[in-house]
Design a protein around this ligand. Structure first.
Ligand code: ADP
Length: 258
C-alpha cells in the first residue's frame, strides 16, 4: 500500500490550534455516542469549527444518530468529511459495506485512525471530538496510545457499578497521558412532565463518586429524554438548542471551551 504523499497542513501539526476531546466510558450503552454527537453539535452552535471522528470501531453509530445518509467524497486521495449541523463527520461506518461487522486488529485500526487524522480535509478545526470505544480492552488501549494529546470526558450512568468500571477507563486515560476534563453523568434522572419531580430511576451518586475518584469535576448531569420529533431538522439523537437537554449540553460545552 502506498503511503500518502500529502504533507500539507494537518490537525496533527505542532502549530495546529485543534483541541482533541476524547469521549469514553467504562462500558457500552451509557450514552457515550449520544454525548459525543451532542457535544460536537453544541460546540458548533457556539460558533466553533468542529469535527467528530466516530472511532468506536465495533459500535459505530454516529452517522445514524446524526441522521446522515450521504458518504464522504474522495477527491485526489483526499477525504472530504460529511457536514451535518455544522459539524464535519468521519465514521468507520462510512468505510464498511452494508453495516458489515468489523474485524480489524490493532495495526489496521492504527492505520485507519492515522488516515482519519492526515488524509481528511478537516480545515482549521477548533475542536475534534473523538467517540472512542468503551472499556479498557485492547482496542481502547491501542486507540489511547495512538491518540494525540487529548482532553478526555468520561460518560457514566448514576449507577455505582457503571461508575466503578468508568473509573478504570479513566485510569487508562491517565496512564496513556491524556488529561481528564471531567465526567458527564447521563440518564441521571427522569423528570415527570406532570409534577416536575425527579425520579432517580438508575440510582444516584455514580457521577459524583467517579469525579472524586479521578479528582476531576462533574461537567453535567443529563436526564432521560428524547429529542423533539417535530423539528424540521430532526436527527434521532440530536437535541435542539431549545430542548431542555440542549440547554444542559450548552453548559457542558461552555465548560469544555473554558
Ligand atoms: P454508548 O455510546 O455508550 O453505547 P449510546 O449513546 O449509543 O451509548 O446510547 C445508548 C442508547 O441510549 C441509545 O439508544 C440512545 O439513544 C439512548 N440514550 C442515551 N442517552 C439517553 C438519554 N439521556 N435519554 C434517553 N435515551 C438515551
Amino acid at each position: 500500500v502506498n503511503e500518502p504523499a500529502f504533507e500539507g497542513p494537518s490537525i496533527l501539526a505542532p502549530n495546529s490550534k485543534t483541541t482533541f476531546v476524547a469521549v469514553t466510558s467504562g462500558k457500552g450503552g451509557v450514552g457515550k455516542s449520544t454525548v459525543s454527537v451532542n457535544l460536537a453539535t453544541t460546540l458548533a452552535r457556539l460558533g466553533k469549527n468542529v469535527g467528530i471522528i466516530d472511532a468506536d470501531i465495533y459500535g459505530f453509530s454516529v452517522p445514524d444518530m446524526m441522521g446522515i445518509e450521504e458518504r464522504p467524497k474522495v477527491i485526489a486521495d483526499r477525504i472530504y468529511p460529511v457536514e451535518r449541523f455544522g459539524v464535519k463527520v468521519i465514521s468507520m461506518g462510512f468505510f464498511v459495506e452494508d453495516n458489515a461487522p468489523v474485524i480489524w486488529r490493532g495495526p489496521m485500526l492504527g492505520k485507519m485512525l492515522n488516515q482519519f487524522f492526515t488524509e481528511v480535509e478537516w480545515g482549521d478545526l477548533d475542536y475534534l471530538v473523538l467517540d472512542l470505544p468503551p472499556g479498557t480492552g485492547d482496542v481502547a488501549l491501542d486507540l489511547h496510545t495512538m491518540l494525540p494529546h487529548s482532553k478526555e470526558i468520561l460518560v457514566t450512568t448514576p449507577h455505582a457499578t457503571a461508575a466503578f468500571v468508568a473509573a478504570r477507563a479513566g485510569t487508562m486515560a491517565i496512564k496513556t497521558h491524556h488529561e481528564i476534563l471531567g465526567v458527564v453523568e447521563n440518564m441521571a434522572y427522569f423528570e415527570s412532565r406532570v409534577t416536575g419531580e425527579k425520579e432517580y430511576v438508575f440510582g444516584s451518586g455514580g457521577g459524583e463518586r467517579l469525579t472524586e475518584e479521578l479528582k476531576t469535576e462533574l461537567l453535567g448531569q443529563i436526564p432521560l429524554g428524547q429529542p423533539d420529533l417535530n423539528k424540521d431538522d430532526f436527527a434521532p439523537s440530536i437535541y435542539a438548542a431549545d430542548h431542555p437537554i440542549g440547554d444542559i449540553y450548552a453548559q457542558i460545552a461552555k465548560r469544555v471551551i473554558d
